[in-house]
Design a protein around this ligand. Structure first.
Ligand SMILES: N[C@@H](CCC(=O)N[C@@H](CS)C(=O)NCC(=O)O)C(=O)O
Length: 218
């Protein structure tokens, strides 16, 4: 039995690896765990069959035997706890790596998502011109702080961990905004993550879904 995850049948990001199944694929590749993927249309994601797995009708989900999980962070944590390679052995270092996982999803991702959603859905609204600089300033604030903490280190706290995996995927959401480029150390950090063989395999697998070159499920 191998775990099954869900992903977009046709990702709105056109294969740029920004959808949240990418984090789960990357974690599974890092620990060498093979997995299956069930692709879903937007319509199927909102049907009762999928909502039984994911209360909010979203991707990704993770099924392994009796276990069904949703929330990309919870899935990555589950994978990291059950396999070596994504969390340190030392208890304190492990707790700190988990703190970075939360920081990625709870402190850094929200302002990035808020800015992205406003640009997508509010661009034609009368308040957008006033709101956009404020949203951008919030992202800049977080990036300044993260950049200061990272300094010239390779990873956030010692060796590469699930905290870095999530942080890199969160920062990648700024692709094309020019904001990350204001911090050369954060660009280099993301590039280090993207250069990992496990990242490459995960990226190619999700891209193959978009280009239609993924092997048929089964
Ligand atoms: N906090 C959730 C967010 C899940 C999420 O927003 N998924 C997006 C794809 S990246 C989705 O399914 N969007 C379609 C929708 O919400 O209808 C997680 O980290 O798993």
């Amino acid at each position: 039995m191998i775990p099954t995850i869900t992903a977009f049948e046709r990702s709105p990001d056109r294969g740029r690896g920004l959808a949240r199944d990418m984090r789960v694929r990357w974690a599974l590749e890092e620990v060498g765990q093979p997995y299956a993927v069930r692709l879903l249309s937007f319509e199927a994601m909102k049907q009762p069959a999928h909502r039984a797995l994911h209360p909010f009708g979203q991707i990704p989900t993770y099924e392994d035997g009796d276990l069904v999980l949703f929330e990309s962070g919870a899935i990555v944590l589950h994978i990291a706890e059950r396999h070596a390679g994504l969390l340190p052995e030392d208890a304190n270092a492990r707790a700190r790596a988990i703190a970075w996982m939360f920081a990625a999803l709870n402190t850094v991702e929200p302002p990035i998502v808020d800015r992205g959603i406003a640009a997508l859905l509010e661009r034609d609204k009368p308040w957008y011109a006033e709101r956009a600089p404020m949203l951008e300033a919030r992202v800049r604030g977080r990036l300044d702080e993260l950049s200061s903490r990272l300094g010239d280190a390779d990873w956030l706290d010692g060796g590469f961990s699930a905290g870095d995996l999530l942080m890199v995927t969160v920062l990648r959401r700024l692709d094309g905004s020019g904001l990350l480029e204001e911090h050369p150390n954060l660009c280099a950090y993301v590039a280090r993550g993207e250069a990992r063989p496990a990242y490459r395999r995960a990226f190619e697998a999700q891209l193959a879904v978009f280009t239609g070159s993924a092997p048929p499920p089964g």
